[in-house]
Design a protein around this ligand. Structure first.
Ligand SMILES: Cc1cc2nc3c(=O)[nH]c(=O)nc-3n(C[C@H](O)[C@H](O)[C@H](O)COP(=O)(O)OP(=O)(O)OC[C@H]3O[C@@H](n4cnc5c(N)ncnc54)[C@H](O)[C@@H]3O)c2cc1C
Length: 351
């Protein structure tokens, strides 16, 4: 019987496991970090909020996690108006798989970690404890815990099992990797209201050119391919895809989209809907919510733990919610055109 079972070891789960540092904690994650194993599709950009979270944890990023090149500006294209602008950015360009692996290495040895463990079912027993069924190495196992933490990302099984009626606005993120053939590597952000009311991006990484976007689920692959064609006209070079990946990505549309859990079930990171609705940046919220939960947990399961967690994350939720106010200026075609035409906060590129 574990006190806490953490499902998922992305930035949220790994941070929580590191901070709890307790032999009564079990972590289950389906990643193996072996070739062909599951890899989280991601732009791999560490935003200033995530850098600040690492700074507050007194953590420094190993060089091995970084990729080439580091980028200082985003090229923003509005395909509807034809406008292009450049904006200064303070991201760290990194290898997302190596970042996740590094966070996992920080989990203290006292914590039980099961890699390659796919949780398939969860149930609450009459005594209030949880049964967690997972497959590992071709065999089914059962673990018992007093609390369950869903740190299992956008498509959270924990959220779907215990809060089946909770809906969060979501998109399908499609991403492809190509050999980089542009003479000057770049990072771009693309608005194309014909294909999506969210956005698309491209980024160069260690000799690869990655293009991806977040699309409404219907026809997502066709929208992605049409966008590639439109961008080829604007000088983007794709060539043959080396890898195609897709996953769900959440984009909270209001306060009620956040779901923190109750009755011994806690949700952190993207599983809780904690991701920026304007930029889809979610690594910082994952780490911050994990820290807030670590601070909220007491010695025995209680409603007070949930109240403390809700209080602790209020600032984070307000911050994410306030980004909805920014959204029309980025995503409403007329307002975006006005902002881009004004040149506000943009930089001129000198060749
Ligand atoms: C295409 C794309 C690009 C993005 N780019 C960026 C970016 O550049 N910067 C940024 O800050 N954010 C970005 N995000 C958002 C960011 O990736 C997520 O918000 C962040 O990873 C959330 O962290 P998490 O720990 O909550 O969940 P995740 O990182 O999704 O981790 C969940 C973990 O749970 C595991 N898991 C899931 N289900 C099970 C199961 N049933 N059994 C066992 N294990 C399970 C998964 O393998 C994974 O390890 C992007 C998202 C997408 C989709």
């Amino acid at each position: 019987m574990f006190e806490v079972a953490i499902i998922g070891l992305g930035p949220a789960g790994s941070t929580l496991a590191r901070l709890l540092n307790n032999p009564d904690v079990l972590c289950l994650d389906n990643k193996t970090f072996q070739p062909g194993g599951f890899e989280k599709p991601c732009g791999g950009l560490l935003a200033p909020d995530a850098q600040k979270a690492l700074a507050r944890f007194d953590l420094t990023l190993p060089k091995s996690v970084l990729v080439d090149p580091q980028l200082f500006a985003v090229r923003t294209l509005d395909l509807a108006s034809g406008l292009t602008r450049h904006y200064q950015r303070f991201y760290i360009n990194m290898d997302r798989q190596k970042f996740d692996r590094w966070l996992q290495t920080l989990i203290p040895a006292a914590v039980t970690v099961q890699h390659g463990a796919q949780v398939t079912r969860l149930a609450r027993r009459p005594d209030g404890c949880f049964e967690i069924i997972y497959r590992q190495g071709g065999q089914e196992h059962t673990a018992l815990a007093r609390r369950v933490v869903g740190a299992d990302g956008a498509d959270s099984l924990v959220r779907r099992t215990f809060f089946p009626r909770h809906r969060v606005r979501s998109y399908v993120a499609v991403q492809q990797w190509f050999a980089e053939t542009h003479t000057s590597p770049f990072y771009s952000c693309i608005f194309d209201p014909r294909e999506t009311d969210c956005y698309s991006w491209s980024v160069s990484k260690d000799g690869y050119f990655i293009f991806g976007g977040a699309y409404p689920a219907a026809d997502c692959r066709a929208r992605f391919e049409r966008q590639k064609k439109a961008l080829e006209q604007r000088g983007f070079r794709f060539g043959a895809p080396l890898k195609t990946e897709a996953c769900r990505v959440l984009r909270p549309a209001g306060w009620k989209d956040f779901c923190l859990g109750k009755n011994g079930v806690f949700l952190i990171g993207e599983a809780a809907g904690l991701i920026s609705p304007s930029s889809l940046e979610g690594i910082s919220s994952a780490m911050i919510s994990a820290q807030k939960l670590a601070a909220a947990l007491g010695t025995a399961p209680s409603a007070a733990e949930h109240r403390r967690y809700a209080r602790g994350t209020r600032g984070l939720r307000l911050k994410l919610w306030s980004k909805l106010i920014k959204c029309p200026f980025m995503y409403q075609p007329f307002l975006r055109r006005c902002v881009m035409q004004s040149g506000l906060a943009s930089i001129s590129i000198i060749h």
